[in-house]
Design a protein around this ligand. Sequence first.
Ligand SMILES: CC(C)(COP(=O)(O)OP(=O)(O)OC[C@H]1O[C@@H](n2cnc3c(N)ncnc32)[C@H](O)[C@@H]1OP(=O)(O)O)[C@@H](O)C(=O)NCCC(=O)NCCS
Length: 181
Amino acid sequence: MDLPRSIAGDRFTLRPHRMADIDDVLSYADDAEWSRFLTAPSPYGRQDAVDFLELVRALPWAEHPNWALIVEGRVSGNVNLRIADEGRSAEIGYGLARRHWGRGLATAAAGLVVDTAFATLPDLAAIQARADVANHASRRVLEKLGMRLETIRHRDYRLGDELRNNAIYGLAREAWTCHTA
Ligand SMILES: CC(C)(COP(=O)(O)OP(=O)(O)OC[C@H]1O[C@@H](n2cnc3c(N)ncnc32)[C@H](O)[C@@H]1OP(=O)(O)O)[C@@H](O)C(=O)NCCC(=O)NCCS
């Protein structure tokens, strides 16, 4: 079964991206603090927002669902999954507009996606995530989701001129306790 396209949380909703979201995406993504540990372009222009929306809208939902995160009526980030091994594994990613940081929103939205994924995909054995070792806010989100640090992958991705280390986290179905029950 495919993951639902829309999911409602207490303080936010998740829904597929629309081309009309360009201005909202631009308003959070054109921020060097937001993209500090992301491979997104910086500065981030209107065409980058168009490219992003075209890309995520073209991805097959069954393998790469990418939800727009709506807070107070505006697209304010995203949560996405990459589902692999015929639904047995997945990797989660997320980002949130700086104006909403520090209110538990990323943890709540990612937690809702984790819960929905385990509940919807019966063969899903584990969800993984990676964060730059220096991305302390993201690592804390993953810890609050109950994820365990599995390893540090050295020189795992290129950020500008630098090859940087990623912390790899995992949550096995057996260790999952529903966040939203
Ligand atoms: C990472 C991100 C999604 C967190 O969003 P958020 O809604 O602020 O996260 P939450 O409020 O749910 O939790 C953040 C936690 O990190 C902690 N934190 C924030 N900055 C921190 C820092 N510099 N050092 C240590 N902890 C930090 C917060 O105190 C909070 O933990 P707490 O609840 O125990 O106090 C947001 O900062 C973001 O979008 N960053 C840019 C994109 C990005 O890096 N995405 C992740 C790629 S792996």
